[in-house]
Design a protein around this ligand. Structure first.
Ligand code: PLP
Length: 458
């Protein structure tokens, strides 16, 4: 960190007053933060005038690219017409109503009712509040338990943090206890549980589905409300499940009247080349679908909990006289955030950005495998669409994790690339506007960074 950064006013204000999400305080107090000052297209710049290829789309969200004037115009238009009014009771606004309808047109099955929130965590919390309410109203008052998965990431509100299965995020925080939320194995093709190492892909999918079924039976199906899963686990290390896994799990859930919640906060709106990945990519229709991030490419906070016609039918029954559906947020259906989402949909379609992912995704995955797997500290390169992970190991045979992703991140910064380090895994989730040249540059910078880190170990 140079002296000119340290004397910078913003750097000081930030260090003194801004509590950052997911910060390592062992280095923050001394180093402070890098101040990002500009963002355009697939690149961002910092206060020192350095420019970086954004390999993580802000944080899995800026699908249409940064700093777009067409988006700014749409937001400006909405703000000057009617920026916000509360949507409580029978009040509404055109962008929220139109967006709900546009989402319903594109969702799988009969997922055609939308409850808007301000992000992914809140959308997950809202889903389970609605699910418990739904079960109460249909007389299934014991159906409360929720099954999540090891390594899952579902957010950072109290409830969503408990749905999260990444142990490292939980240290010294309180837990809701395993009475309410319990976990089955992640669908991890690279590090499989004992007993599953030698199975074929299909056998492994059955193995995991059996585990889910046995878990439901152990808890008692009458006590289990829902199973939540990310179609591709994101923050947990971009884990792509064995083929057939989702459908098998969904069938088991149906058998026991357990709702299936797809957390598509990352995987929707084109990251896997489709509006939603549940049905289009993984062949299952959830009862509840969670989105945020790519819904308006992160231009304004917005999330959505999308529920099936059946759940809506039950929860929209009139209650006792004067009784109302008592949940909602000041910013549910925020007119400007929804207008940004409508513009986002238009851009995604007009610029054929899903086609770009479908065309260049395989190139990204293949180039990364070819260029990176040769390094002795790269154990696995995996992903799909515009989600990619590089798993660092100290030994390719034992797959022992090598926690040097942060060092690779720092080397990448020097080379003008931003990636996301998560323990021993490097995550890439670029804007959907990424070009072939961007991919070549991204992978070659990443290769240089990994090579340097591994050679410094010797
Ligand atoms: N669910 C998934 C799958 C996520 O990846 C995230 C965030 O990365 C969340 C939920 C939480 O979303 P938010 O940070 O908008 O609350």
């Amino acid at each position: 960190m140079t002296d000119s950064i340290k004397t910078n006013k913003v750097w000081q204000q930030d260090k003194n007053h801004f509590i950052h999400p997911y910060t390592d305080f062992s280095t923050f107090h001394e180093e402070g933060s890098q101040v990002i000052t500009k963002a355009k297209g697939n690149f961002v710049s910092d206060s020192q005038g350095n420019t970086f290829l954004d390999g993580i789309a802000g944080l899995w969200c800026v699908n249409i690219g940064h700093g777009r004037e067409d988006m700014a115009d749409a937001i400006y238009k909405q703000i000057t017409q009617m920026q916000y009014f509360n949507p409580f009771g029978h009040s509404t606004n055109a962008p929220a109503a139109e967006l709900a309808a546009e989402i319903a047109k594109r969702t799988p099955g009969d997922l055609n009712h939308v409850f808007f929130t301000s992000g992914g965590s809140v959308s997950n919390d809202s889903a389970f509040r609605i699910i418990h309410y739904y079960n109460n109203l249909r007389g299934k008052t014991t159906k409360k338990k929720i099954i999540s998965r090891d390594s899952a990431y579902h957010g950072s509100t109290y409830f969503a943090a408990n749905l999260t299965g990444i142990q490292a995020t939980k240290s010294s925080f309180d837990s809701l206890g395993d009475e309410l939320i319990s976990y089955v194995s992640a669908a991890d093709m690279y590090r499989r549980p004992i007993g599953a190492e030698q199975l074929t892909e299909d056998e492994y999918a059955c193995f995991l589905a059996n585990e889910l079924e046995n878990h439901i039976l152990r808890l008692g199906a009458d006590n289990v409300a829902a199973f939540i899963l990310e179609p591709v686990m994101g923050a947990g290390g971009v884990l792509v499940a064995p083929k057939g896994y989702h459908k098998k799990c969904a069938d088991i859930c149906r058998k026991y009247d357990v709702l299936i919640v797809a957390d598509e906060v990352v995987t929707a709106f084109g990251r896997l080349g489709q509006w939603f990945s549940s049905e289009a990519v993984f062949d299952f229709v959830p009862d509840v679908l969670i989105t945020a991030k790519g819904i308006n490419s992160g231009y304004i906070p917005l999330g959505a909990t999308i529920i099936s016609a059946d759940i809506y039918r039950v929860i929209s029954q009139p209650q006792c006289e004067g009784g109302v559906f008592s949940m909602g947020f000041t910013y549910s259906g925020h007119a400007t955030a929804c207008a940004a989402a409508l513009k986002n949909f238009e851009i995604l379609e007009q610029e054929s950005l899903f086609d770009n992912v479908n065309k260049l995704g395989p190139y990204l995955q293949q180039t990364a495998s070819e260029m990176l797997l040769t390094n002795s500290i790269v154990g696995d390169v995996r992903g799909t669409g515009f989600m990619l992970a590089i798993d660092l190991v100290s030994n390719k045979q034992t797959k022992e994790r090598l926690y040097l992703a942060q060092q690779v991140f720092e080397k990448c910064l020097e080379k003008g690339l931003i990636i996301r380090p998560v323990g021993n895994v490097i995550v890439i989730s670029p804007p959907l506007t990424l070009t072939r040249d961007n991919i070549d540059s991204l992978i070659s910078k990443l290769k240089e960074a990994i090579d340097e880190v591994s050679s410094e170990m010797i």
